[in-house]
Design a protein around this ligand. Structure first.
Ligand code: COA
Length: 170
């Protein structure tokens, strides 16, 4: 573990999955402190509010002492400058992630040349996971227990039960 350096793991986490938590676990062993920074990607529509996503991540990482979950808005590069932390962690699940991640890393470095992005590869069992896929499974009544922590599973059930109640009442 690097005793002095903190790193930031940014994402939208809608919702957090076991794949995200695998990256959090791995990075918490590599750095003295990990800031999980939750934000809204302006190109996406979200199922869970920013507040709910932060709450779910806090609950799912409470066993790890060196993790802080926060939210931010605006440019990630500006947020990193504000907290004076310039190492970014991103997960690379497959080659298909690479192009977007490469672009994001270079854009962030262009915006602030101190920013370095470190890519971690999740365990193979999580390589196929994505938040949208998990939501689709939950929406269609499938079991998500293997994909997300229990607090997220509960929240997914609640969300999609309310949604189907609403559709039935209409
Ligand atoms: N396990 C499971 N799923 C994973 C994963 C892992 N280890 N790593 C990534 N994913 C999935 C997520 O579930 C998500 O799936 P979805 O598309 O089905 O929802 C997808 O990969 C990407 O999500 P995420 O990693 O949260 O990234 P994002 O593209 O939503 O947002 C930000 C990336 C937040 C870092 C970026 O939008 C950002 O920096 N925004 C702030 C504004 C800014 O500075 N923009 C950059 C300069 S232009």
């Amino acid at each position: 573990m690097n005793k002095k350096i903190s790193a930031v793991y940014p994402g939208s986490f809608d919702p957090p999955t076991n794949g995200h938590l695998d990256i959090v676990n791995k990075s918490s062993c590599l750095f003295s402190k990990i800031i999980v920074a939750v934000t809204d990607n302006i190109n996406k529509k979200y199922t869970f509010s920013l507040h709910k996503r932060v709450d779910l991540l806090q609950k799912s990482t409470k066993h790890l002492k060196n993790i802080r979950v926060v939210s931010f808005s605006g440019l990630l590069a500006d947020y990193l400058g504000k907290i004076n932390s310039f190492i970014l962690i991103r997960g690379l699940r497959a080659l298909s992630d690479f192009e977007y991640e490469f672009q994001l890393a270079l854009m962030n470095r262009k915006l602030n040349k101190r920013i370095e992005t470190i890519f971690l590869i999740p365990d193979q069992s999580y390589a196929f996971l994505s938040s949208s896929m998990v939501k689709e499974v939950a929406m269609l009544g499938g079991d998500t227990a293997d994909f997300v922590p229990s607090c997220v599973e509960e929240e997914l059930k609640k969300h999609f039960a309310n949604l189907s109640k609403f559709h039935c009442e209409k």
